[in-house]
Write a protein that binds this ligand. Structure first.
Ligand SMILES: [Zn+2]
Length: 363
């Protein structure tokens, strides 16, 4: 029997009944995406565009028909209604344009194969206008600089076929990301800032799109990323922090791009993600907490990157889609658009830790 947690109202599966709750998650995603009075919709009002991206992508990954199961015509109409004359997209109707939501908007349009409905030149102009002379990008006109925006910009240019155009400086963009590398092999938001798994994904993703992974110290970074696995099996974002399902995406996608997924204990991470499911649908940041659409998407993506569904013969899993670790889009979309992210092969020799690790010392 599922446990009921009175404090959070969260129902967890027992270990003996642990399985992926497809139907429950589909209903949860539909409720969160379509019920404008839902709690999630209200608290996410300022970033509805991202919520739409997480929900639409999750449903595409589960092999669902987006037209009937997600009302994709309404979704496309919503996305288009968030675009401004300057080319940028806001997080909701009437909200100011920002790089983050411009990427989410384009990703949704790419999944729905509707990129032709927008004036691409305007979007390219908008994103190019946010590049600084050192190669970095601002998130919007207010000037915050962060490697998250480098990733957004490069993916946007790539989706619009402008990655190698002269509308912006790709070499400088790569140079800035490369400068954010730290002594531990990780990356931060700006040069000298602490390594953090979310920022590392943005930097590795940007370098993968640009075909510039030669800037990465692959083994050192692979070691730092695999050290993020906690006793619970989950991954954390920085040393001494709690494990969180979303790092199953931020870290696994990097390990996948770098060909180092085998450096973590895949089974215990699968167990951690499955335990974070609410038996009524949705996945939370860690077992026992309230589910949300963000962690639902990243939990499903993590299970896909771990090859969890291909272990099972169940026919329904055969319609699931793999997720591209660089673009965070279904692989079929990346192929249809002929995008070619750089990925590295798995090493031929076994991994030897660079810094002695107490876990290995015990063996
Ligand atoms: Zn999280």
């Amino acid at each position: 029997m599922a446990q009921f947690n009175i404090a959070g109202g969260v129902k967890q599966l027992e270990d003996s009944e642990l399985r992926f709750l497809e139907e429950e998650h589909v209903k949860y995603i539909q409720k969160v995406s379509q019920d404008t009075t839902s709690f999630e919709m209200v608290v996410m009002q300022h970033m509805r565009m991202s919520g739409v991206y997480w929900g639409t992508t999750a449903m595409a990954l589960l092999g669902r028909n987006l037209k009937s199961d997600m009302k994709s015509d309404d979704i496309v109409e919503f996305v288009l209604s968030c675009q401004y004359d300057n080319g940028g997209f806001g997080g909701n109707v009437g909200h100011d344009p920002h790089m983050l939501y411009t990427l989410s908007a384009l990703q949704v349009l790419a999944i729905c194969d509707k990129l032709d409905l927008i004036d691409k030149e305007k979007v390219i102009e908008y994103v190019a206008s946010l590049q600084n002379v050192d190669g970095s990008f601002n998130g919007d006109i207010w000037g915050e600089i962060d490697t998250r925006f480098s990733y957004c910009a490069l993916q946007i240019f790539s989706l619009l076929g402008a990655l190698h155009s002269n509308c912006f400086n790709l070499d400088k963009a790569v140079e800035f990301v490369a400068k954010c590398r730290n002594f531990d092999g990780g990356y931060g938001a700006v040069p000298g800032a602490e390594s953090h798994a979310g920022q590392i994904f943005c930097c590795i993703g940007a370098l993968s799109i640009a075909g510039a992974l030669h800037h990465v110290d692959v083994d050192l970074l692979g070691w730092w990323l695999s050290e993020r696995q906690c006793d619970s099996g989950g991954l954390n974002g920085r040393p001494e922090k709690q494990a969180d399902v979303c790092y199953s995406w931020w870290i696994l996608s990097c390990l996948k791009i770098l060909g180092r997924v085998k450096w973590i204990d895949e089974d215990s991470l699968i167990h951690f993600i499955l335990k974070a499911q609410d038996s009524d649908g949705g996945i939370s940041d860690r077992p026992g907490n309230m589910a949300d659409i963000f962690h639902t998407f990243f939990g499903i993506s993590g299970l896909l990157l771990l090859g969890y569904f291909s272990r099972d013969e169940d026919e329904k899993y055969s319609r699931y889609e793999d997720i591209d670790p660089t673009y965070a889009l279904p692989v079929s979309v990346v192929k249809r658009m002929n995008l070619q992210p750089q990925v590295l092969n798995e090493p031929e020799i076994a991994f030897t830790p660079i810094v002695p690790n107490p876990r290995f010392a015990e063996l």
